[in-house]
Design a protein around this ligand. Structure first.
Ligand code: ZN
Length: 243
């Protein structure tokens, strides 16, 4: 079975649709997983929720999902993120809000644990260093964990010493072996590594191989909707920069 794994879709339906189409173009997609931040920043929170639900996606909550549903104070957000969280809260239907509010912070599926930030601080910690990877492995009960939140594609393999976070590019793959791993599919709806193409990860459970992908999409229509919604201009600008 092929599993499409996305994170940080951030209410960007054009990016999500491009990723799902790319995954489907390579063969049947048996499951879709999303490691949090379905909403926030972008103009289409309801459409993203509908699309993921229609795909039967396994989803967990990220900090933006918590903020948009009142499960978390948005005072620690920067001004643009806070403005977007409040706009999102007002844009969600009661039904969408209830569905989003019910998402768990951590989910175990087979040999994978899905968590937005880290197992130590599921909604908040940016896992960005070898020391943090070490702490993650200490709490990780499955072979692999999948994190998001940093919007950067990488992996880390458990080893005798402090693991390195290995950055990946479009088409890179990793065969899961004996060593436990931490995987990050990147931020589909708002990449932050200088490449505006939408990132995601494909897992083939027969081959036990993960492949990272980048998909071009029409971010100009997302940008237009961000501006039309009255969301901060910076949130539109950054989609062209991948920052
Ligand atoms: Zn995010």
């Amino acid at each position: 079975m092929r599993i499409a794994i996305v994170s940080d879709v951030h209410a960007n339906i054009e990016a999500l649709d491009a990723v799902l189409a790319d995954a489907a173009a390579g063969g049947e997609v048996g499951a879709v997983w999303c490691t949090g931040d379905l909403v926030g920043y972008g103009p289409d929170p309801g459409a993203v929720i509908d699309r993921l639900r229609a795909a039967g996606a396994l989803c967990i909550a990220g900090n933006h999902d918590l903020a948009a549903t009142g499960r978390m104070d948005d005072n620690e957000f920067n001004p643009a993120a806070r403005a977007a969280a409040r706009w999102t809260a007002s844009a969600l239907s009661a039904e969408h809000r209830a569905w989003l509010a019910a998402l768990p912070l951590v989910c175990v599926e087979g040999e994978f644990t899905l968590v937005h930030g880290s197992l130590r601080e599921p909604a908040w910690e940016y896992l960005l260093s070898g020391e943090q990877a070490l702490d993650q492995f200490a709490l990780q009960e499955t072979h692999a964990s999948i994190v998001g939140h940093s919007h950067v594609q990488f992996y880390a393999e458990e080893c005798e010493t402090t693991p390195e976070l290995i950055g990946v590019r479009d088409g890179d793959s990793l065969a899961l072996g004996e060593a436990r791993v931490i995987l990050n599919p990147g931020g589909a709806g708002q990449p932050r590594d200088g490449d505006p193409r939408a990132p995601y990860m494909l897992y083939d459970d027969a081959a036990r191989t993960v492949r990272w992908r980048r998909v071009p999409y029409d971010f100009t229509s997302t940008q237009r909707k961000i501006v039309a919604a009255g969301l901060p201009q910076r949130l539109a600008d950054r989609l062209a920069l991948g920052r």
